[in-house]
Structure formats: C-alpha cells, structure tokens
Design a protein around this ligand. Structure first.
Ligand SMILES: NC(=O)c1ccc[n+]([C@@H]2O[C@H](COP(=O)([O-])OP(=O)(O)OC[C@H]3O[C@@H](n4cnc5c(N)ncnc54)[C@H](OP(=O)(O)O)[C@@H]3O)[C@@H](O)[C@H]2O)c1
Length: 246
C-alpha cells in the first residue's frame, strides 16, 4: 500500500467557512486551511482584522446574517465544504451576576450559531456526499474554570452537538469533530494570563510545560478538514499540551 501524504491533507477545490477568523485560534485555522488549498471565507465582527474579503456579522443576533452573506458570496450552487465554528466569547462574570439577556447572548455566540450554521450547511454537505464540521470546544465542557458560568454550559452543548451532527450526517460523508484547546494566549485569555501566578500554574500543569499558541491548531484543523480523516467522526481532539490528562 502506498500513500500520497500531501493528498491526505489536500483541500484544493474545497470551500471553508471559518467563524472567529478575525483573531487568535480562528485566524490561524483560516490561514492553515488556506495553505492547504481551500478557498477560505473568514467571518468575525472586526472588519479591520478580517481584511477586505472578510464577512462581518454579529452572532449575538443569530447566524442568519452570516449565512445570507456567505451564500450571496458563494452564488447559485456554491456551498461550504468545511465549516469551522471557532467564534466564541467568554465575558466571565460570576454566575450570580448573569441575567437572562447575558445568558442568551453567551449561548447565541457559543452554541446557537454553531447549531444554526450546522443546520444550514450540514444537510447541503450531506447532499453532495462530502463535508467537514469542526467545532471548537473547551475544557469547560467538562470542568469549571474561573467563572465559566454560561460559557461552560454552551461548550458542554458543543460536545453534544458534535456527536449529534456526526450521527446525522456521517452516513453521507460528513464528519463532525471538535477541537478542545488548552490555555492559549489570545485576546480571550488576556485577563486570565495577566494573573502571572495562575498562568504559571497552567503552564507547569501542561505536560509540555508551555501555554498554547494559535499556530498549534493549524495541523489539527487541516487534518480534520482533509480527505485523510474520513473515518474520524464524533470525536474530540484535545490540542492542549497534555493539560486535559494531568
Ligand atoms: N484561548 C483559549 O485558551 C481557549 C481555550 C478554550 C477554548 N477556546 C475557544 O477557542 C475559540 C477561539 O478563541 P480565541 O482564544 O482565539 O479568542 P479570540 O482571539 O478572542 O477570538 C474570538 C473570535 O470570536 C469572534 N467573536 C466573538 N464574539 C463574536 C460575535 N458576537 N459575533 C461574531 N464573532 C464573534 C471574534 O471576532 P471579533 O474579534 O471580530 O469580534 C474573534 O474572531 C473560541 O471558541 C473559544 O471559546 C479558547
């Protein structure tokens, strides 16, 4: 048996939509998919960081605005082959300070939008017989971490959503997996990492003795988006320097 290693990761001819592509992990994943040959549609809110081709939509209002813009960009017959749900927000107020409006806002970005994007693109991928859904989860799906509040609730939902998407569409060539990051230096974690004692604790706890960087997610995303991972579905891949097993 011989393998063309490059072909296992080749995304030529595929179109990827990456939410949260204006910053941090999502920006790195978008670059990586682009490097593997995909046409990448980058979504976020901040037009300046997204660049001129980026698609700006606020997911606290739901994913409809984003879907409309993406579909208009793709035109008749065009669709998304690889959906990466990476947009996330974690305002971290103590749980007792979270009112209904904030609860809904946090769920809208972290859980509702991945659900809505999956509902729109998943069946279209299945119809074409090929697709990849990658949901970015969190250790807070399984354990509390510094006012995880409703963010943890949403990420626990992402774990279930990933399994449901896999069950629904894997029979027709669409895999759904999640990536769980460890502690990664991005704008989302600036406040956490400002506490040097705490960041040092997590750095030491990881088997690698390091915090993560957005670039650590490039290869994992290309693998899960590529043709070589066709029989990997419903799984969660921890990219965390070993933090989850300490
Ligand atoms: N960093 C970590 O240690 C860590 C750990 C576990 C999980 N994660 C997860 O990894 C993913 C990426 O996080 P990151 O660390 O890379 O954070 P980040 O640098 O702050 O990026 C967050 C991204 O989400 C987008 N976003 C936030 N609110 C949005 C909204 N209302 N509508 C549309 N887009 C919105 C942001 O867009 P704009 O900036 O353009 O608004 C940005 O592109 C998230 O799902 C996060 O939960 C991160």
């Amino acid at each position: 048996m011989t393998f063309d290693a490059a072909a296992l990761f080749d995304l030529t001819g595929r179109t990827a939509l990456v939410s949260g592509a204006s910053s941090g992990i999502g920006a790195a994943i978008a670059e990586a998919l682009d490097g593997a040959g995909a046409r990448v549609l980058r979504a976020g809110r901040d037009r300046a960081r997204l660049g001129p081709d980026g698609i700006s939509a606020d997911l606290t209002r739901g994913a409809t605005e984003l879907i409309e813009q993406v579909d208009a960009r793709l035109g008749e017959g065009g669709t998304v082959d690889v959906l990466v749900n990476c947009a996330g927000s974690n305002p971290r107020p103590p749980l007792a300070d979270i009112d209904d409006a904030l609860y809904r806002e946090i769920l809208a970005v972290n859980l509702d939008a991945p659900f809505q994007l999956g509902q729109h693109y998943g069946p279209r991928m299945a119809e074409r017989g090929w697709g990849r859904i990658i949901n970015v989860a969190s250790t807070q799906a399984h354990r509390a971490f510094g006012n995880s509040g409703v963010y943890g609730v949403a990420k626990a939902g992402i774990a279930g959503l990933t399994r449901s998407q896999s069950e629904a569409w894997a029979p027709r060539g669409v895999t759904a997996n999640s990536i769980t990051p460890g502690l990664v230096a991005t704008p989302m974690t600036t406040a956490v990492l400002a506490d040097s004692e705490r960041s040092e604790y997590f750095r030491r706890r990881a088997h690698t003795g390091t915090l993560g960087a957005p670039s650590d997610f490039a290869a994992a995303a290309v693998f899960l988006a590529g043709p070589g991972s066709a029989w990997v579905t419903g799984q969660n891949l921890c990219v965390d320097g070993g933090l989850s097993v300490t």
